[in-house]
Design a protein around this ligand. Structure first.
Ligand code: NDP
Ligand code: 8X3
Length: 250
């Protein structure tokens, strides 16, 4: 049997990088995407050019995305699994103090770019009876202060996943939404503009989810028997749980 191929967005860090390693270990080929070309090259050097193909582009640049996908060599062009992982949160300010440019960057990356690459790859995925795993977040379900547009973008990802399933009914294509809670990656560094102390403080003592935990969940979903679909998977650290509503008193 020929090795299957996964296209993993946001493969330069965190969940995406760990997912590349997991699928390579499982015998798949991987198309790895991200903006930081030097990190993608490290994945190629680590696993070999016959196993990992790097596509460096900004997900928000549709022309660059189209050109990158069109450039795939034949042995990497048959995508069996799309892992829509690239994404980010920017800022923790309440809506009334938030930076509009940051809001737009989150929407452009987490929503617009995700639907664009999905649309581009749907014909291939349908032809191959493939699968899509979208990385959403618990922030799309549970509101928290400063979650505003980030949470909204992830609610979109979760609902888009379920609606995709409905449209793809009968094609054999599987669609899953994974909704992780607190996970230690570069996520908080990015969100805080590079504040390592804030990132360390957030995760200290919490035993957060690791990137490898999510990579293993994606692997499990992707390798289930083809008649099974995980619709949504919500995962939290044991030390995290949902709590309460707030009341303001006059
Ligand atoms: P990281 O910051 O470690 O990784 C984010 C990845 O997204 C990087 O590879 C980055 O690549 C890529 N990315 C961001 N913007 C762009 C862009 N414009 N073009 C191309 N690639 C881009 O964070 P995580 O691994 O934690 O995040 C992965 C996903 O998981 C995100 O969608 C995030 O929202 C979600 N998530 C994270 C949780 C957490 O607590 N960590 C929990 C729930 C969901 P590069 O910078 O090289 O372009
Ligand atoms: C990331 C999880 O709770 O920091 O999506 O928003 S959270």
């Amino acid at each position: 049997m020929h090795a299957k191929t996964a296209l993993i967005t946001g493969a330069t860090s965190g969940f995406g990088a760990a997912t590349v390693d997991r699928f390579i270990a499982g015998g798949w080929r991987v198309v790895a995407t991200g903006r930081r070309a030097e990190r993608l090259q490290k994945l190629v050097d680590k696993h070999g050019a016959d196993r990992v193909h790097a596509l460096a582009f900004d997900m928000r640049d549709e022309a660059a995305m189209r050109a990158a996908i069109a450039s795939l060599p034949a042995e990497f062009a048959g995508i069996d699994l799309l892992v829509n992982n690239a994404g980010l949160a920017l800022g923790t300010a309440p809506a009334q103090q938030a930076d509009l440019a940051q809001w737009k960057q989150m929407i452009d990356t987490n929503v617009t770019a995700l639907v664009t690459i999905t649309h581009l790859l749907l014909p291939t995925l349908i032809e191959r009876r493939g699968a899509i795993v979208n990385i959403s977040s618990i922030a799309g379900t549970y509101p928290y202060k400063g979650g505003n547009v980030y949470g909204g973008s992830k609610a979109f990802v979760s609902q888009f996943s379920q609606n995709l399933r409905t449209d793809l009914h009968g094609t054999g294509v599987r669609v899953s939404s994974i909704e992780p809670g607190m996970a230690e990656t570069e996520f908080t560094l990015v969100r805080t503009g590079g504040n390592q102390a804030a990132s360390d403080q957030l995760y200290a003592g919490a035993q957060p989810i690791t990137a490898e935990d999510i990579a293993e969940s994606i692997w499990w979903i992707a390798t289930l028997p083809p008649h099974l679909n995980v619709n949504r998977l919500e995962v939290m650290p044991v030390n995290q749980s949902a709590a309460g509503l707030q009341v303001h008193r006059e």
